[in-house]
Design a protein around this ligand. Structure first.
Ligand code: HEM
Length: 285
């Protein structure tokens, strides 16, 4: 029971954390081009950050229950103290501080507050390097760098989907297609780095190719398949839906929004697969 609840909270906290961090990055990159959607985007980022605080804290509280094997562990001071003296504490504090900085930084639109929000995004994603398989490997420094790169680009991509959806609803058609064009221009270069960094991390973490047949390896392959599907959607946006949006072809906005929603669901599914993979399985098993 604690295991299942813990992995559900972990997957949901991933979604909220990357949503909040991604909005901070989106606002930093595109704030001057946002007119009618900026307020709503900020509020979504803040809501995701604050809900993320609750789920991150809830997931941390369940660590002791996982050690005990039942929910009574949550109230066991000895087990809670053991968790407090583990790397979970540093990761928890970084995540909470990062999310709070995002919530505060998204309150107003000044340069300084945008820097605070982006600092929060780096801190919240950087927390992933403090625990987990990458932090106990001999290649820790290389893995931490690759993981941070992997995660910041995931945040940039995932966090932009709802803001782009809102832009297509609220901004003028010219402004919305300009935003999509600019986002796509940056994403085209950055998104493949998610795969490159992921494969490099897998090469450092897995003992051999046969490990790909173990549960951890199979879930990694599921991530790669999910990523390939996402690349298909992204290519359609770049070559078909983006230009149709710019030319204001009938129905193009609706098709574009449907494609954004599909990307959102797929990335959320990959985040859930990652939460299962890193909670229950080891690359060395
Ligand atoms: C949009 C696609 C992807 C998303 C949203 C995503 C998300 C994540 C997240 C959130 C983590 C941190 C997990 C943690 O430390 O708890 C992670 C780690 C990782 N990702 Fe990805 N990822 C994606 C694509 C890929 C791809 C294509 C690969 C290729 C093999 C990959 C390989 C890895 C590896 C090896 C780790 C380290 C896991 C560990 O610590 O055991 N990821 N990813």
């Amino acid at each position: 029971m604690p295991d299942i609840l813990s992995v559900i909270l972990r997957a949901l906290s991933f979604i909220l954390l990357f949503q909040a961090a991604g909005v901070a990055i989106y606002i930093a990159l595109f704030r001057r081009r946002l007119d009618r959607s900026q307020g709503a985007v900020r509020r979504i980022g803040q809501a995701a950050a604050l809900a993320g605080v609750v789920l991150v804290a809830g997931h941390y509280a369940l660590e002791a229950a996982r050690l005990a094997g039942d929910m009574s562990g949550v109230w066991d001071p000895t087990l809670q103290e053991m968790v407090w003296h583990s790397p979970s504490r540093a990761a928890l504090l970084c995540r909470l501080l990062g999310l709070l900085l995002i919530a505060v930084g998204l309150q107003v639109g000044s340069n300084r507050s945008t820097i605070v929000a982006v600092g929060g995004a780096v801190l919240a994603t950087g927390a992933f390097t403090l625990m987990g398989h990458t932090s106990v490997n001999v290649h820790r420094a290389a893995l931490a760098t690759l993981l941070l790169l992997h995660l910041l680009i995931v945040a940039f991509w995932f966090g932009a989907l709802i803001p782009l959806y809102l832009a297509s609803l609220r901004e003028t058609p010219a402004r919305a297609s300009d935003l999509v064009e600019r986002f796509t221009a940056v994403a085209t270069w950055l998104v493949p780095v998610i795969l490159l960094a992921g494969v490099a991390m897998a090469a450092l973490l897995l003992p051999n190719l046969a490990a790909l047949r173990q549960p951890y390896g199979r879930l990694l392959i599921a991530k790669v398949i999910g990523f390939a599907l996402l690349m298909g959607l992204a290519a359609a946006n770049r070559w078909r839906l983006g230009p149709a949006l710019a030319q204001r072809t009938t129905g193009s906005e609706r098709r574009f929004r449907r494609s954004l929603a599909a990307e959102y669901v797929l990335i959320a599914a990959i985040l859930t697969i990652t939460a299962i993979m890193t909670s229950f399985f080891s690359p060395k098993a």
